[in-house]
Design a binder for this molecule. Structure first.
Ligand SMILES: C[S@@+](CC[C@H](N)C(=O)[O-])C[C@H]1O[C@@H](n2cnc3c(N)ncnc32)[C@H](O)[C@@H]1O
Length: 239
């Protein structure tokens, strides 16, 4: 998948997105924003904000910045913000989540809802989320992760041949997220429908000196060498 095929897919999806995905993806979205409302303290970045379905649910004390690569999706988000008079939405910006134009440590909480399996390079996405999130800040991710066995795994493998048309990867692996050395998965909960989605509450365990998505670290590298968290052991599945 490349950025152009993502943009083409969401240009097609934009007119009916809310009617179809608004409902289907609502439980995980609601859970993630409720979590953000509990753990975020000031400035929140939502990447892949889409049509802005989540925006009315953020508490008013937070300042929300949303970015997306799809102009038709963003236009709907802007209309929603105007219609509902959402004064806590600081900005909605056309931007690539893999190349964020924000300085390091700009946000205390960073959120990616149903985006990680859509972007061309998920590892790069995660590096960027960590870069713009302050050390110890929270990174909240909700996504569909591939089943590892059984019928669902077989269907997802078959569907993955259609990724470009679908605009997402049905075979996206959970360990793409959990194997990040400096991302501590504090909690994992399963979300409806049919337990297809997972909400990950992560702590940004980067050292203060992690500079950029290139993975280059400068002085103080020792702080990056915090013992790797065995996140797999920490995952607790709750319905
Ligand atoms: C499945 S939709 C999810 C939208 C919204 N988060 C929601 O909960 O409904 C995925 C969104 O991610 C956006 N997206 C995909 N790749 C992106 C990238 N590299 N940078 C920013 N946004 C991206 C798409 O344009 C689309 O709006």
């Amino acid at each position: 998948m490349d950025l152009t095929s993502v943009q083409n897919a969401y240009r097609r999806h934009a007119p009916y997105y809310d009617a179809v995905f608004g409902v289907l993806l609502h439980p995980g979205r609601r859970r993630t924003v409720a979590l953000a409302n509990r753990v975020a303290s000031a400035r929140v970045l939502e990447v892949g904000v889409g049509t802005g379905l989540s925006l009315p649910a953020y508490r008013r004390g937070l300042s929300i910045v949303g970015i997306d690569v799809s102009v038709p999706m963003l236009e709907q988000a802007r209309r929603r913000v105007r219609a509902a008079g959402l004064g806590n939405v600081e900005a909605l910006i056309e931007m690539d989540a893999e190349n964020l134009r924000f300085p390091d440590n700009s946000f205390d909480t960073v959120i990616a809802m149903y985006v990680a399996s859509v972007v061309p390079n998920p590892k790069r996405l995660l590096q960027e989320l960590q870069r713009v999130c302050r050390p110890d800040g929270r990174i909240l991710i909700v996504n569909h992760f591939a089943a590892t066995s059984g019928l669902r795994a077989a269907v997802e493998r078959w569907l993955s041949g259609w990724s470009r048309k679908l605009g997402w990867r049905p075979d996206f692996a959970l360990d793409t997220v959990t194997r990040q050395d400096t991302l501590e998965v504090m909690e994992s909960t399963v979300a409806p429908p049919f337990g297809l989605f997972t909400v990950l509450h992560c702590r940004n365990a980067k050292g203060p000196s992690v500079i950029a998505a290139s993975g280059v670290a400068a002085a103080g590298a020792a702080e990056q060498t915090e013992p790797r968290r065995r996140t797999e052991n920490r995952l607790s599945a709750r319905g």
